[in-house]
Design a binder for this molecule. Structure first.
Ligand code: IPE
Ligand code: IPE
Ligand code: MG
Length: 243
């Protein structure tokens, strides 16, 4: 089965390349992140226009704390700014923002801004944006394991019934569908700990475009590539291509 006429239900983007973008222009790294927020805005708009129901965006990983305190603080401030400035327009455009990741590990004002954004846009239904902040795939799975273990210890859950479906129900991304397509900008060929469980059968596209330069046209190009892919999910099919 090919998916010629199918758009993905859920696109996930690993927004990488902000630093290189800034460096190439002799700008401060934080200017790259600021331009990255503009790129996210454009991709959100394009997804609403294409009627894509779910978009995930990797904004800050559990490993990004290893960066300089100046950069981390700048990113946290940017998060607050984005949440406050964009709330109205996101809501008007039917975008619901669901932060995923450990908000309790963020500075209080960043966590509050993200919670407020979730609350404010909660009624929107056109596009769900899963904004991954202080998110790591390993932390996601470990947290699910801990919740499941606790529930099993309390007799709420039979350990023999724990399967991939049960694990999935305890991830940050529940009840949303798994990504069909993961796009990484900046040219790297790795997941960097993003949605390790959820992306098991996602198509992966690495784009050399640096995230602040990523435009609607780049997204549409990725979608054309996606349509040419044959998703087999472990089966053997007649349409299997040569080479
Ligand atoms: C991605 O851009 C954004 C975050 C990780 C927050 P980078 O800052 O990693 O950009 P490069 O990889 O250094 O170009
Ligand atoms: C991945 O980018 C994380 C985000 C885009 C938020 P990184 O720049 O942190 O990834 P590595 O360090 O190159 O693997
Ligand atoms: Mg990077």
């Amino acid at each position: 089965m090919t998916n010629d006429d199918l758009l993905p239900t859920h696109i996930a983007v690993i927004m990488d390349g902000n630093g290189r973008w800034a460096q190439a222009r002799g700008l401060d790294h934080l200017e790259g992140h600021r331009a990255g927020a503009d790129a996210l805005r454009r991709v959100i708009t394009e997804c609403t226009e294409l009627n894509i129901p779910y978009l995930s965006a990797f904004a800050f990983s559990t490993e990004n704390w290893r960066r300089s305190s100046r950069e981390v603080e700048g990113l946290m401030r940017l998060m607050v700014e984005f949440a406050e400035k964009e709330a109205e327009e996101l809501k008007q455009n039917g975008v619901r923002v669901v932060p995923i990741g450990d908000l309790s590990g963020l500075p209080r004002d960043s966590a509050e801004a993200l919670r407020a954004l979730r609350q404010y846009t909660g009624g929107s239904e056109r596009l769900t944006l899963l904004l991954a902040v202080n998110y790591g795939g390993r932390a996601d799975i470990s947290r699910a394991a801990a919740i499941i273990a606790r529930r099993a210890a309390q007799g709420e859950l039979d350990p023999n019934q724990v399967d991939a479906g049960v694990v999935s129900q305890h991830l940050y991304t529940h009840p949303f569908p798994d990504p069909d397509l993961v796009i990484r900008t900046g040219g790297e060929m790795r997941l960097s700990n993003f949605m390790l469980f959820q992306a098991a059968y996602a198509e992966f596209i690495s784009s050399k475009v640096l995230w602040p330069d990523f435009r609607a046209a780049d997204l549409r190009r990725a979608l054309r590539t996606y349509r040419r892919r044959e998703r087999r999910f472990g089966t053997r099919t007649q349409t299997q291509k040569e080479g």
